[in-house]
Design a protein around this ligand. Structure first.
Ligand code: 3PG
Length: 307
């Protein structure tokens, strides 16, 4: 029998697992579940007899792919697939997909949760400030960026976006101001929200030079990936400019370095939780299950990312 394995270090909400199970079993497949595992060995052992794998930020590297002798498809239930070794998958004829857009509202809402929490002095009772009429720059305008723009309008923020892969007209159609260069975006906006993937072009690209362009009281919000930040240079600009703040859904490698020196200018969620809502889990999980069924049944390769 075809076996679909959900392997999630950070488990989906139970309702999502229930609904994924329904999709999988209705197709006549079997569901395996490995949640909250603590070692790679557990993952290797669980994946050994799987035909299909659903993961979140879980590392699906060459070992995992090579161990799963029957594996035909990996679906990353989410947007970023930098955790999957695409080359190893391609070499073994394994199709890799993501589920674009399915968890993006959850991530976008967290952006505002963090911005309000910071603007109100981490809810310590002292007078803070409002987001209304502040400038917000979206560094990339994909599904999450679009949702952030939509919510920002409700807050009365002035929204700008830079994305070399999205046509100017598409950005302007949403009432967002188009920026032609990344430098222009950082110069213009008090808040910058990162929505870029982690890849060879973007890794460590958020550096001193870029951040030094930000206006006074600049706030960098990172719900994207830790790897896009040049952490040493972020620390350096924190030392040189006492007006900047960093709000992140991903812990910096040198968390202690930031927190000891800059406790009032940094906030990090203890565990990446942007996409951790019931709705996002259900949407991304069901999409992943349906994509697996459609691929195994009909060879449907929509959303394949290792073409
Ligand atoms: C994504 O790329 O979809 C988000 O970063 C969410 O990741 P998660 O599924 O590990 O929470």
């Amino acid at each position: 029998m075809t076996k679909v394995l959900i392997a999630t270090d950070k488990p989906f909400a139970p309702i999502a697992v229930k609904e994924i199970r329904e999709v999988v079993e209705e197709a006549g497949f079997e569901l395996g579940l490995l949640e909250g595992y603590t070692s790679k060995e557990e993952l290797l052992s669980a994946v050994a007899d799987a035909d299909a794998l659903i993961v979140r930020s879980d590392i699906a590297d060459k070992d995992v792919i090579d161990t799963a002798a029957k594996l035909k498809i990996i679906v990353r239930a989410g947007a970023g697939y930098d955790n999957v070794d695409l080359q190893a998958a391609t070499d073994k004829g394994v199709v890799v997909m993501n589920t674009p857009g399915q968890n993006s509202n959850a991530v976008a809402e967290l952006v505002f949760g963090m911005m309000v929490y910071h603007a109100r002095n981490f809810f310590n009772g002292k007078s803070g400030f409002e987001l209304k009429e502040k400038t917000l720059g979206l560094h990339a305008y994909g599904y999450v960026g679009k949702n952030v723009a939509r919510i920002a309008k409700g807050f009365g923020m002035e929204v700008y976006a830079f994305d070399p892969f999205i046509p100017k007209e598409e950005i302007e159609r949403d009432g967002v101001k188009w920026m032609g260069t990344v430098e222009e975006l950082y110069k213009t906006c008090q808040y910058i929200s990162l929505h870029i993937p982690a890849n060879a072009q973007t890794k460590r690209s958020i550096n001193y030079a870029l951040l030094s362009l930000m206006p006074r009281k600049g706030v960098l919000v990172n719900t994207a990936r830790a790897e896009v930040i040049n952490e040493e240079e972020l620390l350096k600009i924190f030392a040189d400019r006492d007006d900047l703040a960093y709000l992140s859904d991903i812990l910096p490698a040198n968390l202690a370095g930031f927190q000891d020196a800059y406790a009032t200018r940094i906030f990090c969620t203890p565990k990446k939780m942007g996409a951790q809502t019931q709705e996002a889990n259900v949407n991304a999980g069901i999409a992943a299950a349906k994509q697996i069924v459609a691929f195994i049944r009909h060879g449907d390769r929509t959303f394949q990312v290792n073409k």
